[in-house]
Design a protein around this ligand. Structure first.
Ligand code: 13P
Ligand code: SF4
Length: 322
């Protein structure tokens, strides 16, 4: 079977109903399909659960399925695998990486950690398993504040790899964490100029911002939070119009949950299109999902020694998130 490009490249029977077949295969194999909010709408619609990084890790950890299909990017599949070593974990397109995880090579991060002894190492979930293996506690954007607040007030902390989320937590918690200089190339594309222009066009709209956005963009927000936090805010808010500065896939669930409200995606700084997409998140298609379930490939593999070290900070996060 050819998986050279990161996904099963096999012909699909002509005329089959892909969605029906995915559901059939899933039931037959006791598989569960998890999808991040940035996935294509049709993938979100067929998934058993959609969620932010925290929810996806929690659901994977508690799952009784034999196969976990993670429709997301590599680090999400790795996290699920580390939590469920005995299970098959599939990412339908394993070439789906993450620019933020890439901005933190494990060997360089380890050197950074060694150069600052006496620090508690806190890593964002958007990291490789090897980075998690040299981490004390993993966090997501949904629980970072809570977890940092749980550490002693005089704790010296290294936070990596996202400098923007790190900055946000520093401001919120009054800490002075030492930040790794990494970022997500999708969220760094949001500019304050575009947001201000939209605010003029839609006076009264609330601005929703993911903490991976730059400092100036965070400062323009009515709400900063993980994808799930932003979604919940939109649902419970009395406002009917929202300017959304995160990957535009989240708009699908926002519009489903609030069909009467208006959601405006913030375009990237360079104005190349009307919304800002993570190309890696969009790699999973129904065809790749179908073939991955059919052939049970590509499977996420994590070096057992790395997994043994990486599982501790992930489990610590899950404990502290309860
Ligand atoms: P969330 O945990 O907010 O879903 O974020 C994941 C991510 O990759 C953001 O770019
Ligand atoms: Fe990574 Fe950014 Fe894509 Fe999220 S949006 S998966 S942080 S590249």
């Amino acid at each position: 079977m050819n998986v050279d490009n990161g996904y099963v490249d096999a012909p699909i029977e002509e005329g089959i109903d892909l969605k029906k077949e995915i559901v059939r295969l899933k039931q037959e194999k006791n598989a569960i399909i998890l999808a991040h909010y940035y996935q294509r709408p049709e993938i979100q619609d067929i998934a058993d659960f959609i969620g932010d990084s925290l929810a996806l890790a929690q659901i994977a950890a508690d799952s009784r399925a034999d196969i976990i299909v993670m429709c997301g990017v590599q680090f999400m599949g790795e996290t699920a695998k580390i939590l469920c070593l005995g299970k098959k974990v599939i990412v339908p397109d394993m070439s789906a990486g993450c620019s933020l995880a890439d901005s933190c090579p494990a060997d360089e991060f380890e050197k950074f950690v060694k150069a600052h002894p006496g620090h508690t190492v806190v890593s964002y979930v958007n990291t490789t398993a090897a980075v998690k293996a040299v981490t004390d506690i993993v966090v997501t954007s949904g629980n970072a504040r809570k977890i940092i607040d749980s550490l002693p007030s005089d704790a010296k902390i290294i936070f990596g790899p996202d400098r923007n989320l790190g900055h946000y937590i520093n401001i919120q918690s009054g800490r002075n964490m030492l930040l790794w200089d990494g970022a997500c190339h999708v969220h760094e594309q949001f500019s304050i100029e575009k947001i201000n222009a939209l605010k003029e066009q839609y006076p009264g709209a609330k601005v929703l911002v993911h903490p991976e956005c730059r400092k100036q963009v965070q400062e323009a927000a009515d709400k900063v939070g993980s994808t799930k936090v932003l979604l919940d805010y939109a649902v419970s808010s009395e406002c009917d119009t929202f300017i959304v500065a995160t990957e535009s896939g989240i708009l699908h669930e926002m519009m489903k949950k609030c069909p009467e409200k208006k959601f405006i995606p913030v375009p990237p700084e360079d104005g190349s299109c009307n919304c800002n997409e993570c190309a890696d998140m969009k790699k999973v298609t129904l065809e790749k999902l179908y073939n991955s379930l059919k052939y049970e490939m590509p499977l996420v593999e994590v070096d057992p020694e790395v997994a043994e070290k990486a599982v501790r900070p992930i489990k610590r996060m899950l404990e502290l998130s309860k």
